[in-house]
Design a protein around this ligand. Sequence first.
Ligand code: C2E
Ligand code: MG
Ligand code: MG
Length: 669
Amino acid sequence: MRLFDEHVVLRFALLLACFLFAESIPGILNFSEHVYNFIPYFLAIVFLAYVAIFYKFPLDGNKKIRNDVEIPEPKSVEPIRDLKKDLLEKDEMFQMMIDVSSDGFWTFDVATGKVYWSNRIAKLLAAESSSLEDSFEPLKNRVIESDWNSFREQLNSALQNAGTFSCNLTLLDASKKNAKLVISGRVQRNEVGRPIRVIGSLTELIDRKSAERERYNYVYQDALTGVFNRKYFLEKLKTDVDIAAKRPDYVFAVALLDIDSFGAINASYSINIGDNVLRTIADRLKSIARPDDCVARIGPDVFAVILHHIQSRDPNDDLIPLVRNIHNKVKSPIPLDGKDLYISVSMSIVLNQDVDCVEDILANANASLRDMKKGINHGGIQFFSGGIREKAMKLYKLEFEIRRAIQAQEFVLMYQPIVDIRAGNRIVGFEALVRWNQSERGIISPAEFIPIAEETGLIVPMGALILRMACKQTKQWVDMGFKDIQVAVNFSAKQFSMDSMVDDVRRVLTETNLNPRNLKLEITEYTAMCEADKTIEIMRALSNMGIQISIDDFGTGYSSLSYLKRYPVHTLKMDKYFVDHVADNEEDASFARMVIGIAKSLNLDLIAEGVETKEQLDFLYREGCRLIQGFYFSKPLNTEMALEYMKKHYDVPATTKASEKPEVVSVEA
Ligand code: C2E
Ligand code: MG
Ligand code: MG
């Protein structure tokens, strides 16, 4: 307590005023001496009252509150309890606790027989609706019978004897894969021990491991075959590459297995059969793979296996027997409706030697597969070698270059004369042969780029360009007076399978204003045999337009000759392969005679290709072959030289003999 504060002067002034006032009152009122003697006592009372008043009750609110004592906060007044509201709040709180709990709660009223199920149980037991009947019926209907019987027994025994029980139940629910539940309860009794209620819980048993496994499988498993998927394969491969980077003795191999013509299996049988084939192959791979190997499906019809524990870097030691075994097992016939389905599988192997990243391993394995698929090793096993990769890189580069060249119109046509040796070596037409006039490398042969263009589909735009160029050029020659000249344009199988093929050709003819009889289309025997029905239809449409059709490289396809009768074909071109040795090999001579005979009997024109020597020419002349194409007469010529050639050999007297051969143009212009 402080004795002096800022108001002490004021207080003493007030005290003095009271004192003077009290002193003067008896005089003013003329009191007796007896009253006068009482004044000191009165003043003492006034003083004490002053101290009491100023200490306890300050005059001016907060300003007067003493800051040297702790004044406790006023205590809240205890409210009057509303029991009904209390009960409701507790009920709500209890309900919320039930709802947020992962367990379901239930109660059973012994007197009424009614069962209360919490929302969670309602959801668990009633798949669609969340409201349940207030009896044990919903539980009975949704769990397997033996479990229900055991629950009922335990409940009855708890009601009679023990207070608590717990048992397992199996939920009958396909979508939940028959989830396991645990139901438990405790019996509540009244004062005399009679059971009045059972309170219990129902919990879904989640096997953490199996849930994790399920999630893991979902992310990493191929749903169709059950083996790992591409995602897992790439991650595993990355791990292996990382380990190998630190441990030089860690050798592993990646095998890619590609089912050849899988599309044909789907198309000829059904997608279901195709799926079964994939599953069978996956099962075979799983059964043969060692525990540490990783089997995955990384493409629609491509499987990959990472083979670990390769003891030696020399594949001859342990890897070759291993991959042979896998290949043999995988490609063995698949039983299908009592018959055997034969499949062919190409397998490429890459060792982690010399490759230090996932991308390289995969690129090498893919290049190897691509290489196999094109060559004779199709359906076999091939170990990657650096050359293949280089070749693949070259091919990719070429593909890019071809695209660019189409845009830049770097393709030019050469024209090789076709002459009639029975009409004074008169020129009847040309074969248009494409060349790539590349700025850096000069003229490139079609043998280098046509196969790539075919494989990549670039042959379609390139072919359209070639057709337009050939038609335009032919029209110019026709307009110059070479009215009957016929130019043959090569068409690949891909071009021929285009739905728009006939319309495209018609459009080019219209645009260039060329008469269809001046155009011939050359397709190989192989192209003619592909999708035979469709091809015949296209040929008929072209033939009806007045365009002639030639079968190129005749004799090299292994087809039956009967197709020739069905096809609207005008000309056969005997392949150079048979012409080469007609003069010195009796077998080839017999074959050439046979081809000439076929053409005669079917009333078709025959052109002998690749004629280089006088002996070949004489043989063909003797056997009755009329049309010749080959270096003996001329190599393919550029447009100017082709025009020169035509000028000399278009109008020749029909009496000229074959032996009086015209001047040979010996170099390709
Ligand atoms: P092809 O259609 O059988 O063409 C004949 C090939 O034989 C031409 O080769 C031609 O130059 C060559 N040749 C002709 N006479 C002789 C000869 O006496 N001796 C030798 N050694 N060769 C002769 P080229 O021009 O290199 O064409 C090769 C192949 O490329 C063609 O074979 C054809 O399949 C394809 N091709 C060429 N141009 C085109 C085209 O415009 N489109 C398509 N799709 N393919 C084409
Ligand atoms: Mg040809
Ligand atoms: Mg040919």
